[in-house]
Design a protein around this ligand. Sequence first.
Ligand code: ZN
Length: 113
Amino acid sequence: MSENSNETEVKTVQSNPTLESEVNSARINALELKVETLSLITESMWNIVKDHSLEDSFDLKSEMAKVIGQREERSAEKVTCVHCGSEELLISGICSQCSEPLKGSDGISVFDY
Ligand SMILES: [Zn+2]
């Protein structure tokens, strides 16, 4: 694919307000679903923490800082696609060259997006 095809695609979206609006609506719907899922996960996890009387036994801010560091490491982790040999970022889930799922990406957390 040449760079021209990308430019054409962008121009099409920019010159078609209805399509742009539909694309944005779909993206917003997908984001709302993700936020709702994260909200459910967070509330459920917090319930488990309270059920075990653990809410005073850890430092949430320190844990969040640790997770931020772990995510930075994960987002830089690379794998070689077993189908085409391309070197890819594991976090992307699929190969950018052949679109095959990357081996190991199925272990990525539901929180990784
Ligand atoms: Zn590939």
